[in-house]
Structure formats: structure tokens, C-alpha cells
Design a protein around this ligand. Structure first.
Ligand code: AMP
Length: 286
């Protein structure tokens, strides 16, 4: 067994920035160099391997890395049965079936006998095979969205997040094949040999992800308003209530969902709260 755990992450593309931001936020101290090959984490026995997004699965499946971060779609396409030990909540997208906007196609079933271009040929073949729909899959490594315009295919299966690329290319989605996001995968041998190390990574990354969707709320209020204010604070955490030097006044501290703050503040104010502070949280360990 190696002394230092190895984590493979993408060195290029759209998963790089959110991945580096998550690792730094979790407290790992490392330099990014020119994102070539290996970076040693200074404060943990961990080495970060920068590899192509599509190669992360191979590195982990072959045991060259113990854990890796890649897209769920890439893992599914690679067809390697690697355990996903955490879903990371960024890089969200869906693999969608799309056709030219003016095509007389309404549903997936209408594609029988047609050509479908994709950079995910394996997932696409399984998808149509499972539905007993014979299609000709045209594998492409990029620029899938222009295939119908070039006469290469009648439909595409491609990654979509907002849908604006489809729209720009005169395409319309008619169904979904798969929902994807960035995932942390593990080498099963590492999982067996060093479960505590892997648990620590999952816990530390998870603590950052949990914190990102919450805010720390502090406010002062007359003690007589406590019940009403407590009623407004959602039940994520029981609030801390602290007596203030000013008689009859209390401070209330609570953790709330970040998306609830907008709706909550005017109601807290109306219920007697003052000096309301909303603070970001770095990590949450339940
Ligand atoms: P890359 O090709 O290296 O930029 O990474 C592509 C990966 O980023 C995909 O396999 C997905 O897992 C993820 N991703 C997230 N949103 C999108 C999107 N709108 N288009 C393509 N890939 C996306």
C-alpha cells in the first residue's frame, strides 16, 4: 500500500475550476503548478494527479489513483463498474436526445431507423437497445450539435445544461438519457485497504458542499418575541438562544437554507428581530 493517497482530477475543461475550488475550500493546501502531472498536498498525505477528464476513470480503475473526480456521464460511458463514493453537486448537466427544430419527430420512438450522432456512443446504444429502437449510432468526438446541419445524422445525443447551445444550433430536446454531475469515484482495492482515508475525503468534501447551501443567521430580539421568531426559523437546526447584557433582550443564532434567506428576512424583521446578520459558512459536519 502506498504511503500517500492519490486523487486524480481533470487538468482541462469545465470541471477543473469547480474541482480546484472544492479541494482548496476543503482545506487542502497545494500548488496548481501548470496543472501538469502531480501536485503534493502540503498538509495531508495526499498527491493530486492532474489528468484528462476522460482518463480519470482509467487511472482509478487501474489502481494508479485511489480516488478520482469526473463526470457521471463519463463514468457511465467508460463502462467500468467503479463505486461512486460521493456526488459533488457541480458539473450538472443531462445527456439529452435532440432533433432539428423543424423535424417532424415528436418522441424518441419516432427515431427508429434514423442516425444518431453522439460522443457517448456506448450509453446511446444501450439507451436505444433497451427501448427496442433500431438506430444507427454515429460516434463523434466533438461538435456533435452541428452533425444534423452537416447531414451526418438525423438526431443527436449530447450534454445539455441550460439548453442555449441546442437553441443556437436550431435543435430541440425530445427526451433525456441520463442526468450527470461531478462524482468522486474510488478504486475498490483502496476502498477495502484504506476505508478511513476515503471516509475522511468524503467527509471533508461533503462538509464544504453542505455549507455552500446554508447560511448562518444571527439576530437580536426582545425575549418576549422568541416563540414567534422560532416559529419562522425552519427546522434545519435548533436555534441557539443567548441572553444579552440589555435586560429582556436575546440573540438568536440559526442555520438556514441559503435559498430561504430572501423570504425569511422581512418576516424576521416584522416579528421583532433587529441587527440581523447573514454569514457564509465554511464547513458543516453534522
Ligand atoms: P470537458 O469536456 O473536459 O470540458 O468536460 C466535460 C464534462 O463536464 C462532461 O462530461 C460533463 O460531465 C460536464 N459538463 C457539465 N455541464 C456540461 C455541458 N453543458 N456540456 C458539456 N459538459 C458538461
Amino acid at each position: 500500500m502506498r504511503d500517500r493517497l492519490r486523487l486524480a482530477i481533470p487538468n482541462k475543461g469545465r470541471l477543473v475550476e469547480p474541482t480546484l475550488s472544492l479541494l482548496h475550500a476543503s482545506g487542502l493546501v497545494f500548488e496548481e503548478h501548470d496543472r501538469s502531472l502531480v501536485s503534493q498536498v502540503a498538509n495531508q498525505p495526499l498527491d493530486i494527479l492532474f489528468v484528462r477528464t476522460g482518463d480519470v476513470v482509467e487511472f482509478v480503475a487501474d489502481g494508479v489513483a485511489d480516488v478520482g473526480i469526473t463526470g457521471a456521464d463519463i463514468l457511465a460511458e467508460a463502462g467500468r463498474e467503479l463505486p461512486i463514493i460521493a456526488r459533488l453537486g457541480y458539473g450538472r448537466c443531462r445527456l439529452a436526445v435532440a432533433v432539428p427544430s423543424d423535424a417532424p419527430v415528436r418522441a424518441i420512438e419516432d427515431l427508429a431507423g434514423q442516425r444518431v450522432a453522439t460522443s457517448h456512443p456506448s450509453i446511446t446504444r444501450s439507451f436505444f437497445r433497451e427501448r427496442n429502437l433500431p438506430v444507427e449510432v454515429v460516434p463523434l468526438s466533438g461538435a456533435v450539435e452541428v452533425a444534423p446541419r452537416l447531414g451526418l445524422a438525423d438526431a443527436i445525443v449530447d450534454l445539455v445544461s441550460t439548453g442555449s447551445t441546442l437553441q443556437m444550433n436550431g435543435l430541440r430536446a425530445i427526451g433525456d438519457v441520463l442526468a450527470s454531475e461531478a462524482v468522486l469515484v474510488a478504486d475498490p482495492t483502496a476502498q477495502e485497504q484504506r476505508p478511513a482515508d476515503l471516509d475522511s475525503i468524503v467527509m471533508m468534501l461533503g462538509s464544504v458542499l453542505a455549507a455552500r447551501s446554508r447560511k448562518y443567521l444571527m439576530m437580536n430580539a426582545p425575549a418576549t418575541h422568541l416563540e414567534e421568531l422560532e416559529g419562522l426559523l425552519p427546522g434545519l437546526e435548533s436555534p441557539s438562544v443567548i441572553p444579552l447584557a440589555h435586560a429582556g433582550m436575546i440573540a438568536i443564532h440559526s442555520v438556514v437554507g441559503a435559498d430561504e434567506v430572501w423570504g425569511l428576512l422581512p418576516r424576521l424583521k416584522a416579528a421583532g428581530a433587529s441587527g440581523i446578520l447573514v454569514l457564509p459558512i465554511e464547513k458543516i459536519l453534522p
